[in-house]
Design a binder for this molecule. Structure first.
Ligand SMILES: NC(=O)c1ccc[n+]([C@@H]2O[C@H](COP(=O)([O-])OP(=O)(O)OC[C@H]3O[C@@H](n4cnc5c(N)ncnc54)[C@H](O)[C@@H]3O)[C@@H](O)[C@H]2O)c1
Length: 311
């Protein structure tokens, strides 16, 4: 299949590109390299450095390659930054609008879209796909708007979609990815382990959870990409959580890292951060059923793979 991958130089996109190439698909990558790293892009993929907000350049790529399918990873994803610089995050929406326009003009059949747990209205029960949406930050809102645009383009023009809502993505897909601007907890722990930070700050130790720290659902990036590959021909016009159905607290995660690496991670308890829900764990029943997919990588394996990447 001829597949255009946006954000294919980023953390998840670069692994998806590698997997698509392994499975003999033809891959075209577009990425503005704002955060992506060119050397992560598999040499067999055709690469274009361009910003999705530039309709003219994007349109030329579509006209030249006529992709059959799009995997749309490109986007800005830092929650805090989205509240300080919303203009930048509006590009997530403008880029997706341009992409959908190009897809329709060039008869691209399907989009596989990277959405997020941040679209949901936070609550403490296991999240299912039909739960209420109410993002509490602008990043999540841009993702919700993009989801809605995709649904409308599907309704009006018949473009197929699989929208994936990712929970906390961790691990390494064999490309030794090091997050250049770590904001997620495992890359931050790795920076502490590598002496790039003095300690891990634990934000909130008095949440109504089993040990007082926030509980999250950590999904390995290899499992995540596997679901994308499986959705090339399946799960059309579906919205699907990608999660493990089980939660790990910050303290439990740190303790897993300490056990796996046989070290002690320096840590400091801090106050709660605004907007952090105590628990965020999702059901993956829909993914299991529609994609015949199940996450296989253990937390320990994800930690060891991440550690290897940082060494
Ligand atoms: N990593 C996670 O835990 C997580 C969780 C939920 C959702 N997501 C979503 O998954 C997608 C991929 O995430 P990631 O972790 O690989 O992020 P990433 O930042 O590593 O990759 C995103 C890529 O998109 C590129 N990009 C950004 N804006 C662009 C634009 N306007 N035009 C062209 N290229 C652009 C960046 O240079 C980068 O290479 C994102 O859309 C993100 O919102 C990620």
């Amino acid at each position: 299949m001829k597949c255009l991958v946006t954000g294919g130089a980023g953390y998840i996109g670069s692994i998806a590109v590698k997997e698509l190439i392994t499975k003999k698909h033809e891959v075209i990558v577009v990425d503005n390299l704002s955060k992506g790293i060119k050397k992560l892009v598999n040499k067999k993929a055709k690469f274009y450095k361009l910003d999705l907000t530039n309709y003219k350049s994007l349109s030329k790529v579509f006209q030249k390659h006529k992709p059959e399918i799009v995997m749309h990873f490109a986007g800005y994803k830092a929650v805090e930054e989205s509240m300080q610089n919303p203009e930048k995050y509006s590009d997530n929406v403008i880029g997706t609008a341009n992409l959908l326009k190009c897809m329709n003009e060039n008869k691209t059949k399907k989009i596989i879209y990277s959405s997020t747990a941040a679209v949901y209205k936070p609550h403490n029960k296991t999240v299912t796909e039909t739960d209420e949406l109410e993002p509490n930050n602008y990043y999540g809102e841009t993702k919700r708007i993009c989801e809605q645009m995709i649904l409308w383009f599907s309704k009006i023009y018949g473009i197929k979609y699989t929208i994936f809502r990712y929970f906390n993505v961790i691990g390494d897909g064999g490309l030794n990815y090091i997050d250049p601007e770590a904001t997620n907890v495992l890359p931050i722990i790795m920076e502490v382990v590598m002496n790039k930070r003095p300690e891990l700050q634990i934000f909130g130790t008095n949440y109504p959870t089993r040990d007082g720290t926030c509980i999250r659902d950590y999904i390995d990036v290899i499992d995540l990409v596997d679901a994308h590959i499986k959705s090339l021909n399946k799960a059309n016009n579906e919205i699907i959580n990608l999660a493990t159905n089980s939660g790990t607290s910050v303290k439990e995660l740190v303790s897993e890292v300490e056990k796996a690496l046989n070290i002690t991670v320096p840590k400091k308890n801090k106050g709660r951060r605004a907007g952090d829900p105590p628990t965020l764990v999702a059901s993956n029943k829909k993914a299991q059923k529609l994609l015949k997919w199940t996450p296989k990588i253990s937390l320990k394996k994800s930690i060891l793979a991440t550690y290897k990447a940082y060494n």
